[in-house]
Design a protein around this ligand. Structure first.
Ligand SMILES: [Zn+2]
Length: 357
């Protein structure tokens, strides 16, 4: 019996071995299959990862990988800088132009995107100040300078009565570009009906205007009236217009352009060199009469000095002033200077040279 049992045992063992082997084999297959699977997954991930980095790279041109949204930047800057804007233009580009002109001090109007006369004047003032052709058109060159760091801002107003020597302006001493006198007032606002006006908007420097009012009231107390104010402060744009009109009138009268220019330059200051630009000069007038023939002129010639005014252009000194006689044109320099100039019989050029000696 024992032998049989052992025989059975002996017979069973190879089956067991085979089964065990089979189980082991299956287990091995399963484990390796799983391992293959994870490897495949890993490989899949590895294969996918380079793809997004490859697509991110060309987008983020900047080496900063933290900038996740560099894409909107190029699309959000659709400003293909305009190359030409002129009066009548409208829209966002004009608003940007106005904003920049305002930053630089040239534009004080509304940012409304309308290229009107105010915007044009601001562009002209900017062009003058920056050595550009002052045509009031924002062309490529003007826009390039305007939006650059080298754009020259508008200078502040100048106290024309500061300093111990009166401000001298003539064709040899033009005022700097962008010059604007400080403390301008509308003459009519202060003087009311002391005189009549060529335009209600005529402006001048306050101190000079107050002196003019004192003087004309004194003249009226002496029975000398009426008085009309023809001109005072004049901008460079005004000067250019007047100069061009005068040249044209001489051309129309049959002169060549260079002849017309030469005659005009004897009579009208070159734009930028007009004393009217200081806000200290006044052109007086008696309506309907030639000024030199009037009692007003005689009174003025005698008394203006005591109110701080000089007769700026006389025929006797026209070779020094460069301007032929203008009996109606008076210039405020303050009482001390005016009285000294009367006593010395100096025109302003002589007097300034005398003071500087
Ligand atoms: Zn004048």
């Amino acid at each position: 019996m024992t032998s049989r049992r052992t025989q059975r045992k002996k017979r069973r063992s190879p089956y067991l071995f085979i089964i065990l082997f089979a189980v082991l084999l299956i287990a091995l297959v399963i484990v390796s299959a799983r391992a293959m699977n994870t490897w495949n997954e890993y490989e899949a991930e590895a294969a996918v990862t380079p793809v997004p980095t490859a697509t991110v790279r060309p987008v983020s041109v900047t080496p900063d990988p933290n900038r996740a949204t560099p894409t909107p930047a190029p699309t959000a800057a659709p400003s293909p800088t305009p190359s030409y804007l002129s009066a009548g233009a409208q829209g966002q580009m004009v608003a940007e132009l106005q904003t920049r002109l305002q930053e630089l001090g040239y534009y004080t109007g509304k940012i409304d995107g309308d290229y009107g006369s105010g915007t044009k004047a601001a562009v002209q003032a900017f062009q003058q100040m920056n050595g550009l052709d002052a045509d009031g058109v924002a062309g490529q060159k003007t826009l390039a300078v305007l939006f650059s760091d080298s754009a020259v801002p508008k200078p502040g107003p100048v106290d024309t009565l500061a300093g111990s020597v009166p401000l001298l302006v003539n064709k040899w001493n033009p005022l700097p570009a962008g010059f604007e006198p400080a403390d301008l007032v509308t003459v009519k606002d202060l003087a009311g009906n002391v005189m009549t006006y060529e335009r209600d908007s005529i402006q001048a420097v306050r101190e000079a205007t107050e002196a003019l009012i004192r003087m004309l009231k004194a003249a009226q107390a002496d029975g000398i009236s009426p008085w009309k104010l023809r001109e005072a402060y004049r901008t460079v744009a005004d000067q250019q217009r007047i100069f061009n009109n005068r040249v044209k009138s001489y051309e129309d009268a049959g002169n060549t352009h260079s002849q017309a220019l030469a005659i005009t330059r004897r009579e009208v200051a070159d734009p930028g060199s007009s004393e009217h630009h200081t806000g200290l000069a006044f052109d007086l007038n008696v309506p309907g009469q030639y000024f030199v023939d009037t009692a007003q002129y005689l009174w003025l010639k005698k008394h203006c000095w005591d109110y701080g005014f000089i007769m700026r252009y006389t025929d006797e000194k026209d070779d020094i002033t460069g301007i032929t006689g203008e009996e109606w044109h008076i210039r405020y320099v303050g009482v001390d200077h005016a009285q000294k100039m009367r006593d010395l019989d100096y025109c302003l050029e002589e007097y300034v040279e005398y003071l500087n000696r």
